[in-house]
Design a protein around this ligand. Structure first.
Ligand code: ZN
Length: 186
């Protein structure tokens, strides 16, 4: 397994629409293994393939590593890992009820904002072995899968914010990227 580089906004690749996977073969499983390792190393709770520069409809998640737990090393060691794999995920139903969660994103580092999304959703997808599954998700799990499916369409959570707020965040991130490039040059 290899830790891959996570792309950060602003980056045009993050805005690409990902393509359907025709066949869950060894290459796709290798991609999922790498993505999961990248997710745990970050650390984060969800990652879409486009975030490591691969425009395929593939997502890995592990919400047992939710933000409240990160930093508590002891708990992380004891808590069993619960990886979830989604290939070609499709939301087939979503509730009218909304749920608000303070979202972050590995591609939008250190930025958080409250986002409303349907509280429950049903997702049809293929699993790690290419078998069809349907997940009934609620709360954080529903938020996370909707956030990740947005990535497959080139959508980031900051797109739901006001134009002003979104521009402020992108400006901040552009500055961070510039600074890190300068640091490497020096
Ligand atoms: Zn994200």
């Amino acid at each position: 397994m290899t830790i891959r580089k996570i792309l950060t906004e602003p980056n045009k690749i993050l805005r690409e629409k990902s393509l359907r996977v025709e066949n869950v073969n060894k290459d796709i499983q290798q991609l999922m293994d790498d993505m999961l390792e990248t997710l745990y190393a970050a650390p984060g709770i969800g990652l879409a393939a486009i975030q490591v520069g691969v425009a395929k409809r593939v997502i890995v998640m592990d919400i047992s590593r939710s933000r409240n737990d990160i930093g508590r090393d002891e708990k992380e060691d004891k808590e069993p890992k619960n990886p979830m794999y989604f290939v070609n995920p499709e939301i087939v139903w979503k509730s009218e009820d909304k749920f608000t969660y303070e979202e972050g994103c590995l591609s939008v580092p250190n930025q958080f904002a409250e986002i409303d999304r349907p509280k429950q959703c049903h997702v049809r997808h293929l699993d790690y072995n290419g078998d069809p599954q349907e997940l009934k998700a609620e709360g954080l799990l529903a938020t996370c899968i909707q956030h990740e499916i947005d990535h497959l369409e080139g959508i980031l959570f900051i797109d739901y914010l006001s134009k002003l707020k979104k521009e402020m965040i992108i400006k901040k991130l552009s500055k961070q990227t510039k600074e890190s490039v300068e640091r490497i040059v020096v």
